[in-house]
Write a protein that binds this ligand. Sequence first.
Ligand SMILES: *Cc1c(COP(=O)(O)O)cnc(C)c1O
Length: 365
Amino acid sequence: MIPCNDSKRLFNRYKDEFEQAALDVLRSGWYVLGNNVQEFEKEFAESIGSKFCVGVDNGTNAIKLGIQALGIGPGDEVIVQANTYIATVLGITANGAAPIFVEPNEFFNMDENEIESKITEKTKAIIVTHLYGQATKMDKIISLCGKYNLYLLEDCAQAHYAEFKGKKVGTFGDFGFFSFYPTKNIGAFGDAGAIVTNNEELYKKVMMLRNYGSSVRYHFELENGSNSRLDEIQAALLRVKIKHAKEITNEKITIANKYLKGIKNDLIKLPRVDKDCGSVWHLFVLEVDDREGFMNHMLSCGVKTDIHYPIPPHLSKCYEKLNYHAGDFLKTEYLANHVVDLPIFNGMTDEEIELVIKAVNSYGK
Ligand SMILES: *Cc1c(COP(=O)(O)O)cnc(C)c1O
């Protein structure tokens, strides 16, 4: 059976480097906020093209702390795409602000033409999610943020090193948020995340917020600080991944290109990439009318498939009190019922890729 993901394969490729990095930390006796976190922050910021980076404990808290640092809270609204992962929305509501949903375009990203009508006096920020690895078309979103004086935030949890017009995502606005959950394109060996920014003042603020609201030991300055630190072992392991980021990223792009070239089936809608928007193919997402039938067919061919995501945030139980209903966001709800993703992971063999293509092409035949 071909799995949807297999983190062990990439581990095995750079096994010696990972084991050495972890062992060095274990033997150093220094496990929290040490040299590895500092070096990771420098190296990741540089690799993204951002001035500053703060390592944090996961992607959800990266979003939460970033929004907190901007002073966004109760009574404020944040515009977010309706078909994003729940964590983007949790980062907004954890601060007491209200999510205002916008439908996606045909590339699964925020539809730039749907935003302006959602802006009100209460709107404080727009957060785009570069979903499935594809960069969002940023021009119009940037100009709307300028016109209405809104913060621009990017959820880059699925799009490490993706580029819009040659510039990496995470560098367009006030904050870029990253997750290094093990199955993300750049994954840690546990939970980890990061916030990047070009703004020194905001950088200093999130540095404090992740560490009890303090920058000088036992001087607690910021309200509602938390412990959201990245740990030394994850930072050391991530430094190995950053070193090999180009190969890791290109390998997934190569698999996606093989799928795009090899899959030919009228019952399947292939993912498209917008002009100027690069994709690093975190996920390879198809649309199909009879999703259950397709997934069963794939299983019978020895291929696992997965769904990201079957229930959109506005219909999730946790947001019942926001009072949204089925039918409020038709495009998003259509996608929730019809998207399905194929296996795409580092270390996939050519035979496996071929088998997946054959299985998709034989669906309905
Ligand atoms: C994974 C993910 C997150 C959350 O990251 P964690 O590290 O799992 O907390 C946020 N947004 C998106 C789009 C994600 O895919």
